[in-house]
Design a protein around this ligand. Structure first.
Ligand SMILES: C[S@@+](CC[C@H](N)C(=O)[O-])C[C@H]1O[C@@H](n2cnc3c(N)ncnc32)[C@H](O)[C@@H]1O
Length: 446
């Protein structure tokens, strides 16, 4: 339920124009991670690049901003309105005790005028700043590193070509903090030492670590680790990271290079090198060549978070160790035997992932994973289910015109005694690969 605005407790969270479907889930997850409560000041709308939220204090907002990679900046909201005159009226009515700390002669400040959905010219912005003289800030104006930075934000809707004369919404607020978007530039794939064909986008990896509530000291596992993209993000937030993958060549940095124009991989390409590149080697526990279908771990709850992007069978094979033939390897050949592989369906992978998480996650630990689906097959009432895991949310990312993948977050709510409780995964997952290639073939024939 939407609440009343409350100066000092109401905040404007301004988002970057990216991963729109992930915004609410990221905020829920970070708040859960820090045990922060909040209420909507206005019901969230997917078409708005902002959220208006009441928190208990700006300290809570600082915590959110210390983790979010989707919110650009947060502001303490002083006033909001649909017209400039009404906005000024509300600002003039603010209690003196609230504005006084910012109007002292020894407190420097600046006021920025920004807009969404329409470009504002310099004269217009200067005029707006002049109109704000009633704030009677006595301190010096400092454009760089002021004690306080204020924002007048004008929102003109999402269609720049049909922007109205006057803004739909106006906000005035005091800047509190920026989010962590720069981290995704720091760990970008272009300059990363070791990448693979399916290395996860850095921004999404950070979002996944947030959904998983990875905290300093959390033990994190990616059972389909590939080039370790998810571990880099988890390590950034202080997670201590393990990974497993069936692909020996990939895990040892010997797979075919993924970069155009790179003939051979450098001798030191590895997940550990990536961790070193970002100064995160202290967060690296190990990576092990292993088939997920044959868990190698002692049966106990070990992990605080399992984050993973399982193979969909599109850009990499979905395989597990096994044989359809009936034979026994003679003992004298056992050491040099290279096991054969059989197909590992997406449905089986997800079923195993949920069953594994129900056992190996600690209570309240989180599983965050991707599941691809054909749009026509997706039914939000029929998501993968496990009695020991509670669904915390899911976010859609479009892959093609027909298919999407869903980032699913689950939390372990009870122990799986004797592994008696089993996952249920809907049949739709079974047909994803087949349908994907059928649609691709159709496109090629057109
Ligand atoms: C989508 S990729 C993961 C990419 C990874 N997130 C990254 O950033 O590089 C899926 C990985 O699952 C691995 N895989 C496939 N079948 C497996 C199995 N049975 N057990 C363990 N890993 C498997 C593949 O070798 C591949 O590296």
């Amino acid at each position: 339920m939407a609440k009343y605005m409350n100066p000092g407790k109401s905040f404007l969270l301004w988002y970057a124009h990216d991963l729109i479907n992930f915004r609410l889930q990221e905020l829920h997850a970070i708040s859960a991670c820090f045990n922060i409560k909040y209420e909507w000041l206005e019901e969230p709308s997917i078409s708005h690049p902002y959220l208006l939220v009441n928190f208990a204090s700006s300290a809570d907002v600082m915590k959110v901003m210390s983790r979010t990679v989707l919110i650009r900046s947060a502001y303490e909201l002083w006033a909001k309105s649909n017209s400039i005159s009404c906005l000024y009226k509300k600002m003039k009515a603010l209690p003196k005790s609230f504005t006084e700390p910012y109007s002292r002669s020894n407190v420097s400040f600046r006021i920025l005028v920004e807009s969404f959905g329409k470009k504002l010219n310099k004269d217009y912005k200067v005029q707006r700043i002049d109109e704000l003289a009633f704030l009677a800030f006595e301190g010096p104006i400092k454009l760089k590193d002021p004690d306080h930075s204020f924002l007048l934000m004008e929102y003109y809707g999402t269609n720049r070509n049909f922007a109205p004369e006057d803004p739909y919404h106006l906000f005035f607020g005091r800047w509190i903090a920026d989010g962590q978007r720069t981290v995704s530039q720091k760990i970008n794939l272009k300059t990363r030492k070791f990448i693979g064909n399916t290395s996860m986008d850095p921004l999404l990896s950070l979002v996944m670590a947030n959904m998983a509530c990875v905290k300093p000291g959390s033990i994190v596992l990616d059972p389909f680790v590939g080039s370790g993209g998810l571990l880099v993000a988890a390590a950034h937030f202080g997670g201590c990271c393990f990974g497993t993958d069936i692909d020996y060549l990939m895990l040892h940095g010997r797979a075919k290079p993924s970069r155009l124009n790179q003939k051979r991989r450098a001798p030191d390409e590895s997940i550990l090198s990536n961790m070193k590149q970002y100064g995160l080697e202290s967060q690296y526990l190990d990576v092990i060549v292993s088939d997920f279908a044959l868990p190698l771990w002692r049966v106990t709850s070990l992990f605080d978070a399992i984050i993973t992007d399982p193979p969909y069978g599109i850009r990499e094979p979905t395989e597990r160790i096994g044989t359809e033939k009936d034979y026994k390897i003679p003992d004298h050949l056992a050491n040099s035997h290279i096991p054969s592989k059989v197909s590992y369906s997406l449905q089986d992978i997800i079923e195993d992932l949920l069953d594994f998480s129900s056992v190996y996650l600690r209570l309240n630990g989180r599983l965050v994973y991707w599941m691809p689906s054909f749009n026509e097959d997706f039914d939000k009432t029929k998501l993968p289910y496990h009695p020991c895991l509670e669904l915390k949310g899911f976010c859609k990312q479009a892959l093609t015109g027909h298919s999407s993948r869903y980032l699913i977050t689950m939390q372990k709510i009870k122990e799986n005694m004797n592994e008696s409780e089993k996952a249920h995964v809907p049949d739709a997952a079974l047909s994803f690969r087949k349908k994907y290639f059928e649609a691709h073939k159709k496109r090629l024939q057109q």
